[in-house]
Design a protein around this ligand. Structure first.
Ligand code: HEM
Length: 457
């Protein structure tokens, strides 16, 4: 069987009714361990590719998800490697900030650069070179263009969320439509090309040699190696691999970049909070100066950083107010109804649960629209119903990159805040474009955020 057959079944499963539910009870009902819900037809949008997250049946999804959980390397062996890689790209980011002196840095762009370089290496063993020193970088123009291509591709999805089948028809039958199909199809072609060149390394080799040729330690190598060893042909289906290449690149970059941007924004609006975070990180001793340099960027004590309460409070507040996946995770009921609170939701109903709105409900959070990290530390009375925070999803589809993404954000933030203070530019005393231009296209993107960084003594 090829994964492409799923699409045909989905076409006849299209739901006639859709509900948007703004209620923290919704998560357990649509995604909790006992749910009978499945993913909505939105997930067929990648057709003819079938990424791990496009599989809508429980039975089809579980084995692919298990493989990806292994490949994303949450094993003990891989953890130190992960930390070194994050630290490397974050240090390049710090160098850029330092070199920009008194000129503004658009952090929306630069956190993207960091996140793409890291995910490129994590997934494919090759960074895109965006944070490299331009005088020594060996990246090619083609490679450096990929993140833009991938982002434009996912941007095209926003037009079709209410009627995903129109997206599928448009991508297939109007392939050159400017800004929509063309961007999407270019991004898909990149995913295919990347996987094909990866698989080409296997060509002509005996099965036993697979371990030798793919032994670089990136997520795709591990995934292919394990699937080949277990003769798991479904996971090695080209359409499956192409889909996974695309989804991991987007899901592993836009999310962390957006969260870093929005925290930096809130801490520029609230210098007192910025100071408080700095004091916590510096007092912990977790970020130490490099013996040869003046920046605190080496020998990070990640176990300590992981537990810093105020830092984690900042991350929670950003995920609550500016979710990286604002409405994504759309589910539907099957032939069974479900109950959300005391409401019965009929069979065959698509359910959208917007994180942005649920996270801002006054019934769950006092002063719900305010960024108050202390609600997760010293002021717990400001949280009335913690289920309103659902940054990574719950249940079997919850984000497989949760640990990794949180580690990235914690490390980068700890490194930036212990090296620099930052403010808005003098001509933009209270810019709001970063939040006003926040856009939902499965992952969210923010508007430009220009900040002036001042090195700390
Ligand atoms: C701040 C960081 C991140 C946030 C807030 C985030 C959030 C989410 C959310 C809300 C979902 C949807 C869950 C659902 O369907 O209910 C998701 C899915 C996913 N995330 Fe993340 N994510 C982050 C980082 C990452 C990273 C670093 C990776 C990989 C390297 C990743 C890979 C994925 C994948 C593959 C899925 C699809 C899971 C599925 O439906 O099968 N994410 N993420």
């Amino acid at each position: 069987m090829s994964y492409s057959t799923n699409f045909i079944i989905s076409m006849v499963e299209l739901s006639e009714q859709e509900l948007t539910i703004i209620d923290p009870n919704v998560w357990e009902a649509i995604a909790g361990p006992k749910t009978t819900c499945i993913k909505s037809p939105w997930y067929d949008m990648l057709h003819p590719y079938v990424a791990m997250n496009s599989i809508r049946t429980k039975e089809g999804y579980a084995p692919r998800r298990k493989r990806w959980d292994e490949a994303l390397g949450l094993t003990a062996i891989y953890v130190p490697d992960k930390v070194i890689r994050i630290q490397h790209y974050a240090t390049q980011l710090l160098r850029h900030i330092k070199a920009s002196g008194t000129h503004p840095v658009n952090v929306t762009t630069w956190y993207h650069h960091f996140a793409f370089d890291f995910v490129g290496e994590l997934a494919f063993g090759q960074s895109f070179g965006l944070t490299d020193d331009p005088t020594t970088s060996t990246t090619t123009k083609e490679l450096a263009e990929v993140p833009k291509l991938v982002s434009q591709g996912v941007g095209a999805l926003r037009f079709f969320t209410p009627l995903p089948w129109i997206g599928q028809l448009t991508f297939s039958y109007a392939p050159y439509l400017p800004f929509v199909s063309r961007n999407w199809n270019k991004a898909m072609s990149w995913a295919a090309k990347t996987c094909d060149s990866r698989l080409a390394r296997f060509a002509g080799q005996k099965e036993n040699d697979i371990e030798v040729i793919s032994g670089q330690g990136d997520a795709f190598s591990r995934f292919i190696r394990q699937a080949a060893r277990d003769n798991d042909l479904l996971s090695l289906d080209r359409h499956a691999l192409y889909g996974d290449a695309y989804v991991i690149t987007v899901a592993g970059s836009h999310t962390t970049a957006l969260t870093l941007t929005m925290i930096s924004y809130e801490l520029a609006r609230n210098p007192e909070l910025q100071k408080k975070l700095r004091e916590e990180v510096v007092a912990s001793g977790a970020v130490r100066p490099h013996p040869d340099g003046d920046m605190r960027s080496e020998a990070l004590d990640v176990a300590t950083i992981d537990k810093l309460p105020f830092l984690n409070g900042c991350i929670n507040e950003s995920l609550r107010l500016y979710p990286a996946v604002p409405t994504g995770g759309i589910k539907q009921t099957t032939d069974k109804s479900i109950t959300v609170g005391d409401q019965v939701i009929p069979p065959q109903t698509v359910i959208v649960a917007p994180r942005w709105s649920i996270g801002r409900m006054e019934s769950s959070f006092e002063r719900a629209n305010e960024f108050i990290p202390e609600r997760w530390t010293t002021q717990p009375h400001l949280v009335k119903d913690a289920r309103g925070l659902n940054g990574f999803g719950i249940g079997r589809h919850q984000c497989p990159g949760k640990q990794l993404g949180t580690t990235e954000i914690r490390m980068v933030l700890a490194m930036v805040v212990s090296n620099f203070s930052w403010t808005f530019t003098p001509d933009e005393k209270n810019p709001t474009s970063v939040a006003d231009e926040y856009l939902d296209s499965y992952t969210a993107r923010a508007g430009a955020l220009n900040l002036i960084f001042t090195p700390l003594a």
